[in-house]
Write a protein of this length. Structure first.
Lengths: 169, 489
């Protein structure tokens, strides 16, 4: 009788303490993505991106902590097609996330890991990637190029369902 | 001496561990098992001890913060007295541990030691292999450099492919939506607290089972394991022809463990610690991330699998492999133990070894990766431009400037992503060369948009000179026919 009561008491205490622990462990999931995706951060004046060129740009991760160090500095490729048309690509290869490099002369992005290659507009050229480069949502506001960022793009289902959540935002 | 005995007696009177310890040490083992083939398990345990000690020593200095970890590794390498040695011992110890665990596993498999009644010992051993690989991967992340950063990206990209739950798995793995401070903190917790806890628990059960069930006897062809009779037969072997573990068997374990420790020490001193490579700054994209040695086979596999098969194989194959290993003692719990009577078992080991060996070798060479600097750093061999026309030389320039050399080798140098082009004119006609360059195909990007007609013309003129040793250039058969028809008319 007392053993059963004791076990019941133990179960109650365990649940009371266990639920917050589960919440703590799952806390990386609970962040409000939409709030972050709605904010814009600047890559600087549009003038630093000449028309017809693709250049590396960097920004500070908007959700960075004070102890993130260099990992909060993120790079992206900015392609200026004409005066008002831009494309902003994640450096992460759409295959497994290695950093792709732009080769201006051949007009290709090449990945050093498994040999993926992309054309200047980010579309897949060859190799293991099953899709083109990930793009950031962007806009031009008062002469500055702004992007919505904060998430590492990955080739899983989340990146493909880009209608409600852009891959990099 | 008398004082020591008195103190020992004082403790033993309270702990009462002396008699059971002595009994354990002197328990009889089959005579043939006092063999050099039976030393790998104890060696793995010894290396684990080394890893615990050197790991604690590293934790005295290492800072598990994304902003500081790399700097603290530099301090360990260059400022802290013998810091480089402790890092070297820990890094090489990790490689040796995986190697010894694999050898131990192969030995156990070939000796049929997983059969009745040692099924659970094998199962716990499989779990030990998994947590050992887990230690290796998390340890590679704690060496928080460029390879660690992009390795995490690869891990997250694989995790993201899990159906439905992918994005959540990624967030839980990284501690957020991006590789950052939270990521390193949780990998530190995994590497230092969680996985070692599991490792110690599993090692405890594993060793306990070995002691309870006895060391597997030397397998003899024809001596078949049957559940009904095995325990009786084993007891007979150990009692009729057994020797006490200490000292008859243990000295070989001690010798081999010491030799392995010496080898790890030699590697650490001569070859030094691993990295760190460049700082974990994702804005430095001039990097070609590579995994540590024991994950090179996976890196190769990820490159060689057809894209459509990649996700299912990545997600299903590990589960199938682990399930097969766990099911093994239930599928083959009885029967022959000797490898001489188990040809399929031997073939499976050989197949696994050849597969992993070949993939590891390929992963080291990475022929599928473009040679990112070949276009500016590797010249075209002189004989390929000597005595050529101005147009052909111009084509050689196009070949370099358009980064063709990054994927195609000439004279043995350059990328290996595409075929070497030293004899391309022997197999492709002018028209075929133009088509391949402009439209691409067969894993080659199309260059139509990035070459103007003059550049294409020059490039193809250069490629047409590449038929070595006086071999005939490829000819379009229909064109030859047309020309001969025209001459006849």
């Amino acid at each position: 009788m007392f053993l059963k009561l004791g076990l019941l008491f133990g179960g109650f205490v365990g649940t009371t303490l266990g639920l917050p622990i589960v919440g703590y462990v799952l806390s990386p999931l609970a962040r409000d993505r939409k709030a972050r995706a709605g904010s814009w951060l600047s890559l600087g004046s549009v003038d630093q991106f000449p028309t017809g060129e693709t250049r590396l740009s960097t920004y500070r991760n908007p959700g960075a902590s004070a102890w993130d160090g260099d990992t909060a500095n993120i790079a992206c490729w900015v392609r200026r097609v004409d005066d008002n048309t831009f494309q902003v690509f994640a450096t992460n290869c759409a295959h497994l996330g290695c950093p792709v490099r732009w080769f201006k002369q051949s007009g290709l992005f090449m990945c050093p890991c498994h040999g993926g290659a992309y054309y200047a507009d980010g579309s897949r050229a060859s190799g293991p990637p099953e899709r083109g480069l990930f793009e950031y949502p962007h806009r031009v506001d008062r002469g500055t190029l702004q992007i919505s960022a904060g998430e590492m793009p990955t080739p899983g289902p989340s990146a493909e369902a880009s209608t409600d959540r852009p891959p990099c935002a | 001496m008398r004082v020591i005995n008195a103190v020992a007696d004082w403790f033993d009177h309270r702990l009462q561990l002396g008699a059971p310890l002595r009994e354990t040490m002197e328990h009889p083992v089959p005579r043939e098992t006092a063999s050099w083939a039976y030393v790998f398990g104890s060696a793995a345990l010894t290396i684990f001890g080394l890893q615990v000690v050197t790991g604690i020593l590293l934790a005295l200095v290492y800072v598990p913060s994304a902003g500081e970890a790399w700097n603290s590794l530099q301090a360990l390498n260059h400022q802290v007295t013998f810091g480089w040695l402790i890092r070297g011992l820990h890094g090489w110890g990790s490689n040796f541990m995986i190697a010894i665990v694999l050898i131990h596993m192969v030995q156990v498999f070939l000796f049929g030691a997983y059969k009745f009644p040692r099924e659970l010992t094998w199962i716990v051993g499989v779990l030990l292999l998994i947590v050992t690989l887990g230690m290796a991967f998390t340890g590679q992340v704690l060496r928080f450099d460029q390879d660690a950063y992009w390795g995490l990206g690869i891990g997250a990209s694989i995790a993201s492919r899990v159906p439905v739950a992918g994005p959540w798995v990624v967030d839980l793995m990284l501690g957020g939506p991006i590789i950052a401070g939270a990521t390193l903190s949780r990998f530190f917790a995994l590497h230092v607290f969680l996985i070692p806890g599991l490792l110690i628990a599993f090692v405890g059960v594993h060793v306990l089972l070995v002691l309870k069930l006895g060391v597997n006897e030397w397998p003899m062809p024809g001596r078949v394991v049957r559940r009904a009779t095995y325990i009786h037969e084993y007891n007979e072997i150990t009692h009729r022809d057994g020797v006490p573990f200490v000292p008859y068997a243990v000295w070989k374990d001690i010798f081999f463990s010491c030799a392995i420790l010496l080898a790890i020490g030699a590697c650490a001193v001569v070859l030094g610690p691993f990295g760190p490579s460049g700082p974990p700054d994702p804005t430095i994209i001039q990097t070609a991330p590579r995994p540590d040695f024991f994950f090179l086979w996976l890196y190769a596999l990820l490159s060689l699998l057809p894209p459509s098969a990649e996700t299912p194989i990545l997600l299903i194959a590990p589960a199938v492999a682990i399930a097969a290993l766990l099911a093994l003692p239930f599928l083959a719990g009885e029967g022959e133990k000797s490898w001489r009577r188990r040809p399929i078992a031997v073939l499976m080991v050989l197949l696994a070894a050849v597969t992993l060996g070949a993939l590891t070798r390929l992963g080291g060479a990475a022929p599928w990766s473009p040679s990112m600097n070949a276009w500016s750093g590797v010249p075209i061999p002189a004989q390929y431009v000597k005595g050529r026309t101005a147009l052909e030389r111009q084509g050689a320039l196009v070949f370099q400037n358009k980064q063709c050399h990054n994927c195609h080798a000439l004279g043995g140098d350059g990328g290996k992503r595409g075929p070497a082009l030293d004899s391309v004119a022997v197999s492709l006609t002018r028209d075929q060369l133009i088509r391949q360059v402009i439209q691409g195909g067969g894993n080659m990007p199309a260059y139509g948009r990035n070459l103007n007609p003059a550049e294409t013309n020059a490039l193809v003129a250069f490629l047409q000179t590449l038929c070595p040793g006086g071999q005939a250039a490829a000819q379009d058969a229909s064109r030859t026919q047309l020309e001969s028809d025209a001459r006849r008319d």
